[in-house]
Design a protein around this ligand. Structure first.
Ligand SMILES: Cc1cc2nc3c(=O)[nH]c(=O)nc-3n(C[C@H](O)[C@H](O)[C@H](O)COP(=O)(O)OP(=O)(O)OC[C@H]3O[C@@H](n4cnc5c(N)ncnc54)[C@H](O)[C@@H]3O)c2cc1C
Length: 389
């Protein structure tokens, strides 16, 4: 947290090593992302390869994984890095989440030794970019009904179908693709140069504009058995990857909210109306107070989940759902409220607030919508599955 928003001195709950990682991520976000982010956002572009190379040098890619060139950081350290990157922009944090928690984690957890050696060191260094294709045009919240098929043909596999809304896909070197075979859902590490694989950039996004998002088509993509992730059996494999990425979002969303609140607080003490700073009006102070309370509560929640994960080695899906549901929902509420404090300037790209608010619309939807997380929590509470009605 950045004083004066850290009313509860939550910074004191962090170790020196954790603060070091946080400061490193904050520095790279400040130096490398902030000066250019408004321009990237407006133009709807982002230099994924340059950023990945810089993040890789600093050990920020797949940082919570062990071996293969990964930093082996704790869950809390990883969360703090996500928070600082997303304080600059959710799109930049998405780049890191998809690379580390989705693509690298899938290969690290479910891949063969040969696949790990082939992909992970280059991905950790930011020399190779990965993406993770689960969502399809007709199947988002309900991936169990996916249409993409994996068919055996002699010793090979042939993939047919399509994936939608895939972060990093247009620039990726390797795509982790989930497809239904006769035996169930399988994952494949697909080199994107394989004939029949194509990724088209999705244009006209009003959110997450500083992120590369693609639609993948798989037209009879022929792969050897060695491309299949041997340890991934069934839908629980991709869902476990989502649990990884959702953990980073719990922290990341707080970064976006903090940046909005920081901006609104500063603005409220310098902008004058009726002869006094707008921060001197009780209604503005009520907004600032409520937002600060929520931000600090969100941080405590993230830190609790991070400490649990570091101690227990993993979190239950419903625990991650509590964090993602609350922290993204509160972050977007804070961003919208901060927008009101900036008045007309709130809609300008000169300030980061509207950009964060727009980005958080994507964050609210991806990695499980709020409704899906409510259903996960509801099922944990009642033992009843309400997903299908
Ligand atoms: C910018 C961006 C980047 C993304 N990156 C990736 C990526 O890298 N890889 C990837 O695989 N996917 C990615 N996604 C896809 C994302 O995970 C999906 O958009 C998300 O899971 C929702 O699916 P959908 O868009 O098909 O919406 P739908 O599933 O059609 O949902 C529409 C609405 O219906 C609600 N709904 C659905 N089912 C139920 C139910 N049972 N009960 C109550 N309400 C329900 C939802 O909550 C939502 O409000 C990305 C999305 C965006 C926007």
């Amino acid at each position: 947290m950045t004083a004066p928003l850290d009313l509860l001195d939550l910074d004191t709950l962090l170790t020196d090593e954790e603060r070091d990682v946080r400061d490193l991520a904050r520095r790279v976000a400040d130096d490398r992302v902030r000066p250019q982010i408004a321009d990237w956002y407006e133009r709807g572009t982002v230099p994924v390869r340059d950023l990945a190379a810089e993040f890789g040098k600093l050990g920020l890619l797949g940082m919570h994984l062990e071996g293969y060139g990964c930093a082996g950081a704790s869950a809390v350290q990883y969360g703090l890095a996500c928070m600082e990157l997303e304080a600059a922009d959710s799109g930049v944090r998405s780049l890191v989440s998809v690379q580390g928690s989705l693509a690298m984690y899938a290969i690290w957890k479910y891949g063969s030794e040969e696949q790990k050696q082939q992909w992970l060191p280059g991905m950790a260094a930011g020399e190779l970019i990965g993406c993770f294709g689960l969502t399809e045009p007709d199947h988002g919240s309900d991936p169990a009904n996916m249409s993409t098929r994996a068919r055996r043909d002699g010793d090979d596999w042939v993939l047919t179908g399509g994936k939608m809304w895939i972060t990093n896909a247009p620039v990726a070197d390797v795509a982790v693709i989930w497809a239904r075979a006769e035996e169930g859902v399988y994952g494949f590490a697909v080199p994107t140069g394989t004939p029949g694989f194509a990724a088209r950039e999705i244009k006209h996004k009003m959110s997450l504009r500083a992120s590369s998002t693609g639609e993948i088509t798989l037209d009879e993509v022929r792969l050897p058995e060695s491309a299949r992730l041997p340890e991934a059996r069934g839908l629980k494999a991709p869902l476990s990857c989502l649990t990884e990425a959702r953990f980073g979002i719990i922290w990341g969303a707080l970064g976006a909210a903090r940046d909005c609140l920081h901006t609104a607080l500063e603005y409220s003490t310098t902008r004058e109306q009726f002869g006094r700073p707008i921060g001197g009006f009780q209604l503005t102070q009520a907004k600032l107070a409520d937002m600060t309370v929520e931000l600090q509560k969100g941080f405590l929640l993230a830190l609790h989940l991070g400490r649990r994960r570091d101690e227990a080695g993993s979190l239950r899906p419903e625990q991650v759902s509590v964090g993602k549901l609350n922290n993204v929902r509160e972050a977007i509420t804070i961003a919208r409220q901060c927008r009101t404090i900036l008045g007309g300037n709130g809609i300008s790209g000169e300030y980061p607030v509207m950009r964060h608010a727009n980005n958080l619309e994507s964050v609210l939807t991806y990695e499980g919508t709020s409704e899906i997380h409510q259903l996960v929590i509801g099922q944990a509470l009642t033992g009843l599955n309400a997903f299908a009605g």
